[in-house]
Design a protein. Structure first.
Length: 95
């Protein structure tokens, strides 16, 4: 049990961040969130909206959906992923 708990905590230490074009308003963010919440293993989604620019969408933990699933979800919602990467979360650095 402790081992699986450690694995879950470790997986939550990673997040996927995606730079996305086409998010112009809070309604667009809502549309993207609806689609991303359907993906397996998504605990939390953060969006830093940059109207008419490149917004940042972050998904926690990253071991849930694959990068291709995230890209496909955002495409279905009508948005374009410019880039994506997997990073360690700030909480993991504090330990």
């Amino acid at each position: 049990m402790v081992n699986s708990q450690n694995q879950r905590q470790e997986s939550r230490a990673f997040r996927g961040s995606y730079r996305v074009r086409g998010l112009t308003c809070s309604r667009c963010v809502g549309t993207a969130l609806e689609e991303l919440r359907l993906l397996p293993g998504v605990d939390q989604i953060e969006v830093k909206l940059v109207p008419f620019g490149v917004s940042l969408v972050t998904i926690l933990p990253m071991d849930g959906p694959t990068a291709e699933q995230v890209r496909a979800g955002l495409r279905r919602a009508g948005f374009r992923v410019v880039s994506g990467r997997r990073t360690r979360s700030h909480q993991a650095h504090k330990k």
